[in-house]
Write a protein that binds this ligand. Structure first.
Ligand code: PMV
Length: 308
């Protein structure tokens, strides 16, 4: 049987403001992936098991309080199916709780494999809806950007509650992503921005509007194929995210290190407070920027190209 897989994702611009109806831009990060398949050579009669290879753990679909079991139950409910008698093998190279969309990718592959096993084909649109429901369980009030970019595996210009808009990449560009090594639940940073907004909308609304304007400019630059011009916009977006209190000393230190090493721009990516940042690099500085990020305390770095 087929192996189903889904990519990680990187938000390039617009996180947090996207929750308030502003646009955001995200791309799949295809080198990091979650995958699921029916586990071979297992005797029947054990019910639905999730064999989580990376955790070296086998989970029963009935297990209370387990996130993978909970995801599987929700998917089966949406499919209108009872648990099949198969073991599912699940793997992922996407770090968890670090703004790379690990939860959405895992939910997506579980959805695809379970729909195949119970013989209930799912369109991408239907799967996207299911993964969004699962994101709600873990993120509180997600905008839907993570599930959308992960399920369709396409660069997207995303506005909450609107039809998905694929983004044309006019010219390829290179990024280095760096992980602070601190996991930070998106639910908390999103909740804190909400409190900030409610306490002082007159101050926060303009910050969100400015982020929205940056996204519009970035979209044109990306489509037009002039990616070097994204650098200053990334820095502006990072400063606005700091005003929303979602940066952290670690993220700021990595942004500074990338810029000092010759990156064209840098910003936090995703929920913030920890997790990942991204730096835009020219081909001849990519390696040096990566080394500088490690020297500045990054737990891991990833090189990736957003391809035209
Ligand atoms: O899952 P993360 O950490 O990449 O964050 C998603 C982006 C937010 O805008 C912070 C939240 C959302 O639901 O859009």
């Amino acid at each position: 049987m087929t192996t189903f897989s889904a990519p990680a994702k990187i938000i390039l611009f617009g996180e947090h403001a996207v929750v308030y109806g502003h646009p955001a831009i995200a791309v799949p990060f295809s080198a990091l992936r979650a995958s699921a398949e029916v586990h071979k050579n297992n005797p029947p009669g054990q019910g639905l098991l999730i064999v989580a290879g990376d955790l070296q753990k086998t989970i029963r679909v009935e297990d209370a309080g387990n996130v993978l079991a909970e995801m599987s139950r929700l998917i089966l409910k949406q499919l209108g199916a009872s648990p099949p008698d198969v073991p599912i093998s699940l793997r992922s190279t996407i770090p968890v709780a670090s703004g790379l969309g690990s939860g959405a990718a895992i939910a997506s592959v579980l959805g695809r494999v379970l729909s195949a096993v119970v013989n209930h084909p799912l369109s991408d649109d239907a799967l996207n809806q299911i993964v969004y429901e699962i994101e709600k369980l873990h993120h509180g009030t997600p905008s839907g950007i993570d599930n959308t970019v992960v399920v369709y595996e396409q660069p997207i210009y995303f506005v909450r509650d609107q039809a998905i808009q694929r983004l044309k990449i006019g010219q390829s560009f290179q990024l280095v992503a760096a992980d602070t090594g601190k996991s930070a639940p998106t639910r908390i940073s999103v909740g804190d921005v909400r409190k900030l907004y409610e306490a002082n909308p007159a101050k926060i609304q303009p910050v969100l509007n400015s982020i929205g304007q940056i996204v519009e400019q970035a979209r044109q630059i990306i489509e037009y194929g002039n990616p070097d011009a994204l650098g200053p916009l990334m820095l502006q977006n990072h400063l606005l995210l700091s005003e929303l209190t979602v940066s952290s000393p670690e993220l700021d230190a990595l942004v500074d290190a990338a810029m000092n090493a010759g990156a064209l721009g840098a910003k936090l990516s995703g929920g913030g407070r920890g997790g990942n940042m991204i730096a835009l690099v020219a081909a001849d500085t990519a390696e040096y920027v990566g080394q500088a990020l490690l020297a500045a305390g990054a737990a891991r770095i990833y090189h990736t190209t957003v391809t035209a």
